[in-house]
Design a protein around this ligand. Structure first.
Ligand code: F42
Length: 335
């Protein structure tokens, strides 16, 4: 099949687990044939750089990075410094995922997400300039940088993947990023995104081939479809509860149903959460099922234009077993 040899796989870990579990799974993912491992960044989970440093030490070829950090909690100059330092440890294996940041967790610490489009555009510029040895001079809307540089060389360019969901951010991601990282699992979301990606790429006179189009999915695989779907239920509930109206509409999910879930989650009533997640919600917001079902859905996304497929939380009822299934049944189908 056309483009098949180039198709890549990534795995995403939310570091709610103790570090050695994440590292163990990252080593397992490398052996399974994954190309990338991404660690999410939220202040209430483990620190992303502590984990990435250990991944640099314990793996040999898999690429890795924050998926995604944001320019509000951490100044982009520090992100650039962290990327450059990690690249010393693992030259050519570091990738920088950057997005506008999760509003809920930023709100908890009183960090305002002002001018997100400008913040991301300027942050990409700062990170790219600093990691390519330039002194950054920027009188931006959000960042003012007066000739800052780092005092050590970065041996190779570090690709920047911009996390995006809204149409303007997707377009910006394609314009300024080396990759567009989209948090979605359903073909409808990617059919819609491709238009914005093309628009952004053409603004920068880039070809689509120059861009990595990344699907960061909520993924769950098991030989027993019901078990795979059960494992995806809570994640689907959180996505429905956190989705803006246009996304819910796209998937024919009513505002009332989403509000019910929001309520149940806020009150910690997990039985109600489980009872209110419908099969349609799981279908819309995750890829969950047997290896064959997953292969079919991954292939749908590949045909739409996705070049890098990320298996994100929950991955399956048991992460280790599901990585083995992905290694034995899914990745070989695409490589
Ligand atoms: N967030 C995290 O905090 N940690 C993670 O580990 C993480 C991983 C991740 C992976 C993939 C991915 O796609 C997203 C991920 N995120 C993660 C979420 C990410 O940080 C963002 O929260 C998420 O992408 C949602 O933001 P968005 O891309 O949809 O952009 C928002 C700001 C938005 O509303 N965009 C709109 C759009 O159309 O794109 C438009 C916004 C706009 O027009 N803003 C105006 C402006 O000038 O910027 C004015 C708005 C104003 O009032 O300031």
């Amino acid at each position: 099949m056309e483009g098949m040899a180039m198709f890549k796989f990534g795995i995403e870990f939310v570091p709610t687990d103790v570090y050695w579990k994440v590292i163990y799974h990252a080593i397992q993912a490398e052996k399974a044939g994954y190309d990338y491992v991404w660690i999410t960044d939220h202040f209430n989970n483990r620190n992303v750089y502590v984990l990435l440093t250990n991944i640099a030490v314990y793996t040999n070829k898999i690429k890795f990075g924050p998926g995604v950090t944001n320019p509000y909690m951490i100044h982009p100059i520090m992100t650039a410094q962290s990327m450059a330092s990690l690249n010393d440890m693992a030259p050519g294996r570091v990738a920088c995922g950057l997005g506008t940041g999760d509003k809920t967790t930023l709100d908890m610490v009183g960090v305002e997400r002002a001018k997100p489009l400008a913040a991301v555009r300027e942050a990409v510029r700062i990170i790219r300039d600093v990691t390519t040895g330039k002194a950054v001079k920027l009188e931006g809307e959000v960042f003012k940088v007066a000739g800052a540089k780092i005092n050590f060389k970065v041996a190779n360019p570090i690709p920047i993947f911009v996390g995006a969901q809204g149409p303007k951010m997707i377009s910006l991601a394609a314009e300024v990023g080396d990759g567009v990282l989209i948090n979605a699992s359903h073909r409808k979301d990617f059919e819609d995104a491709m238009g914005h990606i093309k628009e952004g790429a053409s603004k920068a006179c880039k070809k689509l081939d120059d861009l990595e189009v990344v699907a960061a999915t909520s993924f769950s695989v098991h030989e027993d479809a019901a078990k795979a779907q059960k494992a995806a239920t809570i994640v689907a509930a959180f996505i429905v509860a956190g989705s803006p109206e246009p996304i819910l509409q796209r998937h024919n999910i009513s505002i009332e149903a989403a509000n019910k879930l929001r309520d149940a989650i806020a009150k910690g009533m997990w039985k109600d959460v489980f009872a209110n997640v419908t099969p349609d919600m799981i279908e819309a917001f995750s890829i969950a099922g047997t290896p064959d079902t997953c292969i079919e859905k991954i292939d749908q996304l590949r045909k739409i234009g996705v070049t890098l497929f990320i298996t994100g939380s929950p991955i399956g009822p048991n992460v280790r077993d599901s990585i083995n299934l992905i290694k034995n049944k899914i990745i070989p189908h695409f490589k």
